[in-house]
Ligand binder design. Sequence first.
Ligand code: 2AM
Ligand code: CA
Ligand code: CA
Length: 267
Amino acid sequence: MHPMLNIAIRAARKAGNLIAKHYETPQNIEVTKKGTNDFVTNIDRESERLIIEVIRKSYPDHTIITEESGELLGKDDDIQWVIDPLDGTTNFIRRLPHFAVSIAVRLKGRTEVAVVYDPMRNELFTATRGQGAQLNGFRLRVADAKNIEGTIIATGFPFKQKQHATAYMNIMSKLFVECADFRRTGSAALDLCYVAAGRVDAYYEIGLKPWDFLGGELIARESGAIVTDFVGNHNYLASGNLVAGNPRVVKDILATMRDDLSEALKR
Ligand code: 2AM
Ligand code: CA
Ligand code: CA
């Protein structure tokens, strides 16, 4: 196993177990408002602290980029650990048992290893570039739909950026006529892993941040998914507008979206 994957798994399990413990016994959860419809808890920050501690012990020089602490520049900026300590915070706060820890390790801007851990189901999704993706050690493969017909598509609403509400709903309305149904789970990281596992056929969302998707992206790719922005390019690291799924389904989704994309959504 890649040595960095080993450390990433150790960190994700440790953090996930902490989150699960506080989910079972929710007495000491403090919720703070970060922005419009955006909340963070002391458990997000505690999870992040644990992850950073595990990484620092093995790799004191690597750069660590996290949702809650920002960039902790290391001596070696070629290697970056990109971390979402709790993806699905709103679910966690509302006591919906669906959230995860996401860790991606990038070498010169290319993701090498990834871990997404769902502590409530004890599901550990992992991937190493060029070597496939696994769920608890079993190889993953995307669903093999021939086109959008009959597919289940996961998505997330632009809940922090309601300026996209109309464009988003117009796109969803057209897709809904063509696919079978939608799922909206509230964890971008797990949505991408569910694409990898063939539990859904595709996934798209507006305005994600790198820590939301970099872990799940490699897991999805290593399972046979393609990942693009809404016009089929690779600008999603900057824009956060991302579609993932098997290539045939993604092609149909992009074609259906085309006429309803605002300028902001073409980036
Ligand atoms: P979080 O729980 O770490 O905040 C919900 O749609 C999913 O999208 C969650 O994974 C959530 O991550 C993430 N998300 C974060 N910011 C978002 C945004 N501005 N728009 C849409 N989704 C966002
Ligand atoms: Ca997130
Ligand atoms: Ca988060």
